[in-house]
Ligand binder design. Structure first.
Ligand code: ADP
Length: 459
């Protein structure tokens, strides 16, 4: 039984055979308990009629009479008072009638061999052609006592019917076997296809179309499987993109560090030039360091979503901290910081939430030209705290707004190159907000500025 196909067929056939055996057994019990007494009563009634009819045709020879009666579908065993017996009609398979029963009938009793026929699980008493399985009635022939044993001649009574039933059963079996073969292949085919598809996925080939148009469990399985392979494909594409982005982001500062280190070796270089190149080297190495820190943060957020989330966090205090930490940056650009903060607390991870404000405020500073304004407002309602970080900076197009939370996405690659940006800041912000069951929305217009609206629920 190496294939599902063979297994289903074998199991179905076994079930069919077992059902036939159980059905035979059950109908035998039915015959034994319900039909057997009725059958006995019916044959007794017929036997008595046969005797009555004989009596009313008194002159007729008993042998001729019984021979004639055999045509009606009965067989007889006639015994005289000396124990001499004669069979009329088809012979009995076993002549196992005991002499006491014969004697009793000769003395005028009725013998109920059909009703008293013993129960055998796999032999239907109804068809068992034994002399014991008969009805015995007394018969008076010209003043002499006889015992007449009667039973239906089943092969005569059910002759054609038997062939009809046998043909019906055999054909039913053949057709059910053929239909099982066909229906099993219908069931197994999509599973085979799914197995092939699984092998392809295991080999890294995600491009597949499973054409299973069924609405049952297998159809659902195939559809879910297709969805799974699509999402695996997306994950794989994202993974490859991620790896290539990381490599690129690491490679470019390293290349410039190498280049400038070569230059610094030149002994004829002036101190001013050397200082300039060393500053670049320092900036680039800070960039690699920032990148690796951000990647670690993202990986930590990806793997441990729960975080250390159970501390009261004062949002307004955190924002004030961030504004003072970044003071030299916004002062350098002559930015106006307009704070409109209301005291409010939520429960969460202090460090992670601090990171949200740090990333959003440094972005606002970075992408706002000199002399601009950054307004930070917080509001509290019954569900949580809303924070709005608004700048009058360069703004973004709608298309960019849709992608800024993707890892490594940068709107203006040339500008961000000099700004030591990685394209990971907002991805981290989004992830932290998700962990705290909050939301972030952006409104932005090119040339006018952007507003980041963060909502963090209290619980
Ligand atoms: P980065 O390290 O490049 O700032 P982020 O993930 O923080 O990475 O931001 C992604 C991109 O979104 C940035 O490169 C920038 O183009 C854009 N962006 C983010 N904040 C602002 C903002 N306040 N104004 C305009 N553009 C912004």
């Amino acid at each position: 039984m190496r294939t599902l196909y063979v297994r289903i067929i074998v199991v179905t056939m076994a079930i069919m055979i077992a059902s036939a055996i159980i059905a035979f057994f059950a109908s035998n019990i039915y015959y034994q308990n319900y039909l057997k007494p009725k059958n006995d009563a019916k044959i007794t009634h017929i036997s008595k009629n046969i005797v009555d009819i004989y009596k009313s045709n008194n002159k007729q020879d008993i042998s001729t009479y019984l021979e004639g009666m055999t045509d009606l579908g009965y067989k007889f065993y006639l015994v005289d008072d000396s124990g001499n017996g004669q069979v009329y009609g088809d012979p009995f398979r076993i002549k196992n009638l005991d002499p006491i029963s014969v004697e009793k009938v000769l003395q005028g009793e009725v013998y109920h061999g059909v009703e008293n026929y013993p129960w055998k699980p796999f032999v239907t008493g109804f068809f068992d052609n034994e002399l014991k399985n008969t009805i015995g009635v007394p018969l008076d022939v010209n003043g002499k006592n006889y015992a007449l044993f009667v039973r239906p001649n089943t092969s005569q009574q059910f002759g054609e019917m038997r062939f009809f039933l046998a043909a019906l059963l055999t054909l039913a079996l053949i057709f059910s076997f053929l239909l099982v073969l066909i229906s099993t292949s219908y069931i197994v085919k999509p599973i085979k296809r799914l197995t092939e598809a699984t092998k392809k996925i295991a080999a890294g080939n995600y491009h597949m179309k499973l054409n299973v148009n069924r609405k049952d469990e297998i159809g659902r399985l195939a559809r879910d499987f297709s969805k799974m392979s699509d999402s695996l494909e997306q994950t794989e594409t994202k993974r490859q993109e991620f790896v290539s982005n990381v490599s690129h982001e690491i490679q470019s500062p390293l290349t410039s560090i190498q280049g400038f280190t070569e230059l610094v070796r030149d002994e004829e270089m002036t101190d001013v030039e050397r200082h300039h190149y060393l500053t670049i080297i320092e900036k680039e190495s800070k960039r690699v360091s920032l990148l690796s820190r951000q990647l670690l943060t993202l990986s930590m957020l990806d793997h441990d979503e729960s975080g250390n989330n159970a501390f009261p966090v004062s949002i307004d205090d955190q924002i004030k901290d961030v504004v003072s930490t970044t003071e030299w940056q916004w002062r350098e650009k002559d930015l106006i910081i307009d704070l409109n903060l209301h005291a409010g607390k939520i429960t969460g991870s202090t460090d992670l939430i601090q990171q949200i404000w740090m990333n959003l405020v440094t972005n606002a500073i970075r992408y706002t030209d000199n002399g601009g304004t950054i307004s930070i407002t917080t509001e509290e309602d019954k569900d949580g705290i809303h924070a709005y970080i608004e700048d009058t900076g360069i703004g973004m197009s709608e298309k960019d707004v849709m992608q800024i939370f993707d890892r490594f996405y940068k709107v203006d690659k040339a500008r961000t190159r000099s700004e030591a940006s990685t394209g990971l800041g907002l991805a981290i912000v989004k992830k932290i907000i998700e962990i705290h069951n909050g939301t972030i929305e952006v409104e932005s217009e090119i040339g006018k500025g952007s507003t980041f609206h963060v909502f963090l629920p209290k619980k």
